[in-house]
Design a protein around this ligand. Structure first.
Ligand code: ADP
Ligand code: MG
Length: 347
């Protein structure tokens, strides 16, 4: 198993990177990803979404479930162990009482949730998911992603999934299983069953998990995903295999044929400067230094950032103006750079 070849989205790599890298792969909220999963016949629980505490309360009543799970919706993972600036601990809560859902939603909505994958001030929660909770007897990790070293998709799985998968990958890499998928053949039955067995599913659960794996791969292809990650892929005491969490990234090059998927992007967590830059067709990525870079061509822009770094400076941004840039774009680019309060200061 060679994890260094996996893309930076894999959880064993430092997650801060994702906040500085270009918005190349569309990322959707958990509830949006689960909607797509449902449509592909993947097992997820019944859920509603809410933007206010009273809506969350109503949703909890309407669910009419034995137990309810309330989940803050932000694009970063690690929510279960996150903290809100309202003082509330945990972005995922289980309760049997709908009234408690209302109270908890009140301490989530409008507050920032900080997890080990967010910037230190956290991300403001605007939506919560109210779902049916189930007892989970075992949590496994399963993902399908594009892997350069295999020139195509691979399945990655571990029998020890859940909130500490990064730790499992770091300390017991032998518990991480990898299986390359032939893009022409798809996931073969023997591969799906072997992965299910490696995930620790026994008896009839092995077949059930293999079916879920195949459906997840069908979805991966159908929506032009670069990653489908389910952590946990859980097992219930009643013998069901269920996807409890969902993270799907999409290939931005496929936007032209995935209009419905890309229409779900609400941009609420996008960097405003990067969005403004994209409007003018400029490739801009904010960095944390104080020297602005204004360059024609991505290669030269990267080399310029490297040279600044080599001489002990820190670039404030990466900006590729591109080849056919017009006067107005240059003007907008200068505006973006000079609006950055870090530019020109001593840091
Ligand atoms: P994150 O990965 O951002 O921490 P998860 O969706 O994985 O968020 O939730 C964290 C944990 O909460 C899961 O590992 C699981 O133990 C529990 N959990 C999540 N959804 C449910 C659910 N529907 N029923 C019961 N437990 C759940
Ligand atoms: Mg999770």
């Amino acid at each position: 198993n060679n994890f260094l070849t996996l893309p930076p989205s894999f959880p064993s790599l430092p997650s801060q990177c994702t906040w500085l890298s270009p918005r190349r792969w569309l990322n959707l909220q958990e509830y949006q990803s689960k909607k797509l999963m449902q449509e592909s016949g993947v097992a997820v629980q019944r859920f509603y979404v809410a933007d206010t505490a009273s809506e969350a309360l109503e949703a909890a009543k309407r669910l009419n479930a034995k137990e309810i799970v309330l989940k803050a919706q932000i694009l970063a993972g690690g929510r279960g162990k996150g903290v809100f600036d309202s003082g509330l601990k945990g972005g995922v809560h289980l309760t049997k009482d709908p009234a408690v859902v209302g109270e908890l939603a009140n301490k989530m909505l409008g507050f920032n949730l900080t997890t080990k994958q967010t910037p230190k001030d956290g991300v403001k929660v605007k939506t919560v998911m109210v779902a049916e909770a189930l007892d989970i007897s075992r949590e496994t990790y399963f993902a399908i992603l594009m892997d350069r070293s295999c020139n195509g998709p691979v399945m990655v799985g571990s029998p020890q999934g859940g909130m500490d998968i990064e730790e499992v990958a770091a300390s017991t890499p032998e518990l991480i299983f990898k299986e390359a998928i032939d893009i022409f053949e798809g996931v073969r039955d023997d591969q799906a069953l072997r992965m299910a067995a490696n995930l620790g599913f026994k008896g009839p659960l092995q077949r059930q998990a293999a079916d879920q794996i195949k459906r997840l791969y069908d979805l991966f292809l159908k929506v032009d995903a670069t990653q489908v990650e389910v952590n946990p892929l859980g097992e219930t005491p009643e013998g069901q295999v269920v996807c409890f969490d969902a993270k799907i990234n999409f290939d931005d090059n496929a936007e032209f044929r995935q209009k419905a998927v890309f229409a779900m992007d609400d941009m609420t967590e996008s960097d405003p400067t990067e969005m403004q830059a994209a409007k003018w067709d400029l490739k801009y990525i904010g960095l944390d230094g104080n020297i602005a870079c204004f360059v024609n061509g991505a290669g030269l822009a990267m080399a310029t950032c490297d040279i600044i770094d080599l001489h002990g400076g820190k670039p404030a941004n990466f900006l590729d103006l591109g080849g056919g840039v017009k006067e107005r774009q240059v003007y907008e680019a200068f505006k973006l750079l000079t609006a950055d309060p870090k530019v020109g200061t001593n840091c």
